[in-house]
Design a protein around this ligand. Structure first.
Ligand code: NOJ
Length: 566
């Protein structure tokens, strides 16, 4: 192992992300809740994961499913009570699981007390908790908004004759980090949760918190994708994260992972290099935009994506963290379509191998692997047909915008079948009873009907060959081989368009990972410079010949094999 890399629990842990609204309802109101998660802790533990990242559970009017927080210190009533939360944390810790919460402090809800005060008068003490542009200065310089029906990030408010800034919906006003009082409020609320014993934070769009408050004019021809780099890495980002680390994070043994659109290979280490004292890890967006149309954030590229580019992205990012800092590896989350539908293949013929191959990939890469609930049973995109089926403010407001502008709504709906965030938000498929055992009431969003066709925990639990049981085996393989966590990474067969092959090396141990992204059988020759006498299979999702000495491989469609070389 690279001696410079210090071992730690958040490097060796496997993360399992839970979108609470969609995981398990316990009281029949159709919305997943904290007690539902408590009831499933033994299941979660059985997967071999270590860290749970919980999407926001704080009080919220739910304009954006909890990413619009109206009280950072209380639990959303739909999801339960603070007593439930305490019991969840205790139940997790008792099982050796860690809990990472979502910290959403680029913006709050407009129903937060701070904003209510802030908007009430220009001289209110909370005025500067947010960004205001007085109307007498004229129309504010254009800023693009993710969820606004007019894509306009400034909203006029007559009470004080001023515009407030909202990068996301009009109900998500951006907090003003340039104000030291606001920063102290944030540090206080972080301490509140750390004192309860939570083990870390995933930080929502943390790369956007610092703004140039002179709000310069941006190029008139900027497209949505351009705004990401214009919003990210503001002038005081590192100053604030460093301060946060000094004042709060450094006092606890906790993990931090920033959601960091706009952070690049070039400036990555500024955020996570140990000597900087900022964050532990972050999520970059290079993979998440690989299949998007040029200049767009939410629209699919009709030309698809190529495995060579996919490999390039993972290889370049691995190299950045080879000596300093630490990476996160992930294929989806609650903002993107389902893993197997997006990067694999969800046809009946290939679904099982594709889902397990992608699991194998994340668990054999360097960096902390993140899984999204349902990945372990191979949940797929629901592909809604009608706008009425969608619940996501992003899809709904884009639809309204296109309708107003007279655009092509059918084309939009077709695109959303692959791009829509709600694909990832349909309920967990537990069993084959009504609503997949998610709720006894009416689910807040439709359940994917394939819960009756093998995509459920119950259908897979006793099948040794299932996606679920493969997941348990492959998490165990990672746990048993620390070299898969810390070992160096070398990409092999760089130009192969259908197979991703790489080598992990750690002290004297070497692991060869072969992953087919193809619907055909693929023959592969491992480059000559790789010398080995013996090859031992650690795991595969399909049949292979065991224990031979060879360099020629024949992979079945979407086959994954991990060998130990000696
Ligand atoms: C990123 C979150 O992951 C997403 O779900 C949310 O809509 C935006 N940030 C705004 O908070």
């Amino acid at each position: 192992m690279n001696q410079a890399v210090k071992r730690s629990w958040w490097k060796e842990g496997i993360v399992y992300q839970i979108y609470p609204r969609s995981f398990q309802d316990s009281d029949g109101n159709g919305i997943g809740d904290i007690r539902g998660i408590i009831n499933r802790l033994d299941y979660i533990k059985s997967l071999g994961v270590d860290i749970i990242w919980l999407n926001p559970v704080y009080e919220s009017p739910n304009d954006d499913n909890g990413y619009d927080i109206s009280d950072y210190r209380s639990i959303m009533s739909d999801l339960g009570t603070m007593e439930d939360f305490d019991e969840l944390l205790e139940g997790m810790h008792r099982r050796g699981l860690k809990l990472v919460m979502d910290l959403v402090v680029n913006h709050s809800s407009d129903e937060h007390r701070w904003f209510q005060e802030s908007k009430s008068s220009r001289d209110n003490p909370y005025r500067d908790h947010y960004h205001w542009w007085p109307a007498e200065k004229g129309t504010p310089p254009k800023r693009w908004s993710y969820f606004d029906v007019e894509s306009n990030a400034w909203k006029y408010d007559a009470t004080t004759d001023a515009y407030y800034l909202h990068y996301f919906s009009i109900k998500q006003p951006d907090l003003n980090w340039e104000n030291p009082k606001l920063r102290q409020e944030v540090y206080d609320l972080m301490r509140f949760w750390f004192e309860k014993g939570v083990d870390g934070f995933r930080m929502d769009v943390i790369s956007f918190i610092s703004k140039d408050t002179s709000f310069p004019r941006l190029p008139d021809d900027a497209v949505p994708d351009d705004f990401i780099s214009m919003y990210a890495n503001g002038p005081n980002l590192h100053k604030y994260l460093n301060e946060m680390n000094r004042e709060v994070l450094s006092n606890y043994d906790v993990m931090t992972v920033g959601e960091a659109p706009g952070v690049t290979l070039e400036n990555a280490l500024d955020l996570v290099s140990e000597d900087r004292g900022e964050l532990n890890m972050f999520f970059h967006f290079d993979l998440m935009t690989l299949d998007r149309a040029p200049g767009e954030v939410f629209k699919m590229n009709p030309n698809g994506w190529s495995l060579k580019e996919f490999k390039r992205i993972f290889s370049e990012w691995d190299a950045v963290f080879a000596r300093k800092g630490w990476g996160s590896v992930f294929l989806n989350n609650h903002d993107f379509p389902r893993t197997v539908s997006r990067w694999g293949n969800d046809s009946p013929e290939h679904w099982r191998n594709a889902a397990t191959m992608l699991q194998t990939f994340l668990l054999t890469m360097r960096g902390t692997p993140y899984f999204y609930f349902g990945d372990e049973i191979g949940m797929t995109n629901i592909r809604f047909d009608r706008i009425e089926q969608y619940k996501d403010i992003n899809t709904i407001n884009m639809y309204k915008k296109i309708a107003t502008e007279g655009g092509d709504l059918d084309e939009f709906l077709l695109d959303q079948k692959d791009a829509g965030r709600d694909n990832a938000r349909t309920p967990m498929q537990w069993d084959e009873t009504d609503n997949a055992g998610f709720t006894k009431g009416d689910p807040w969003i439709e359940v994917n009907s394939n819960y009756k066709k093998g995509v459920s925990v119950v259908a897979q639990e006793n099948d040794p060959y299932s996606v679920l049981n493969y997941f348990r085996r492959v998490t165990a393989v990672r746990k048993a081989h620390v070299g898969l966590v810390y070992g160096s990474y070398e990409l092999l067969n760089v130009n192969n368009e259908n197979v991703y092959a790489f080598l992990r090396s750690h002290d004297k141990e070497r692991y060869l990972v072969l992953l087919s992204f193809s619907t055909q059988n693929e023959a592969l020759t491992i480059p000559g410079h790789l010398n080995y006498n013996r090859i031992e299979k650690l795991i595969s999702n399909d049949l292979i010949k065991d224990d031979e000495t060879y360099k020629e491989f024949l992979l079945r469609p979407y086959q994954a094999i991990v060998y130990k070389l000696s």
